[in-house]
Design a protein around this ligand. Structure first.
Ligand SMILES: [Zn+2]
Length: 154
């Protein structure tokens, strides 16, 4: 069977009914190998009975089966994250928004808001988290000690 025929067959009958002839063997170490149902690459298997689909082909099938799940690139509005929470935001076309509500009367009267790119928060490593917690704990301890509690050391 050629590739095109395979694909046609699958389109008509579905993946489950696709049972092509595939080779299998057991190597000198007792490891079983079976050809991928689709691309014929040999894969390590526990048992040579049945059919297998290699990881590459699983991905490809997902794309064929669910073409709409492929992530579409987000279309940027050019507006910054959280623009509708801003007291006043003016987009590049001069549209004015007060807390996300468009103010048509003000359109074109203000300069577009300049947006600073947000700084990404650095993810802390486990060690850094520990150091931060320790710092906070020491701080709290100091505050506790600083409070007058009546009894003073002589
Ligand atoms: Zn494959």
């Amino acid at each position: 069977m050629s590739r095109e025929e395979d694909i046609e067959y699958i389109k008509i009958n579905g993946f489950k009914k696709f049972k092509p002839e595939r080779q299998s063997f057991i190597d000198s170490e007792g490891q079983s190998w079976l050809q991928c149902k689709f691309c014929c690459e040999f894969q390590r298997v526990d048992s040579i009975i049945g059919y297998i689909t290699c990881g590459n082909c699983v991905n490809k099938i997902d794309i064929i089966k669910f073409p709409n799940t492929i992530k579409k690139q987000k279309v940027s509005t050019g507006r910054p994250a959280g623009w509708h929470w801003m007291a006043e935001y003016v987009d590049k076309d001069g549209n004015v928004f007060h807390k996300g509500k468009e103010q048509p009367k003000l359109k074109g009267t203000l300069k577009p808001t300049k947006v600073k790119p947000m700084k990404k928060k650095k993810k802390l490593t486990e060690d850094e988290k520990l150091a931060r917690d320790l710092k906070n704990w020491k701080k709290r301890l100091k505050q506790k000690r600083g409070k007058p509690n009546g009894k003073k050391h002589k």
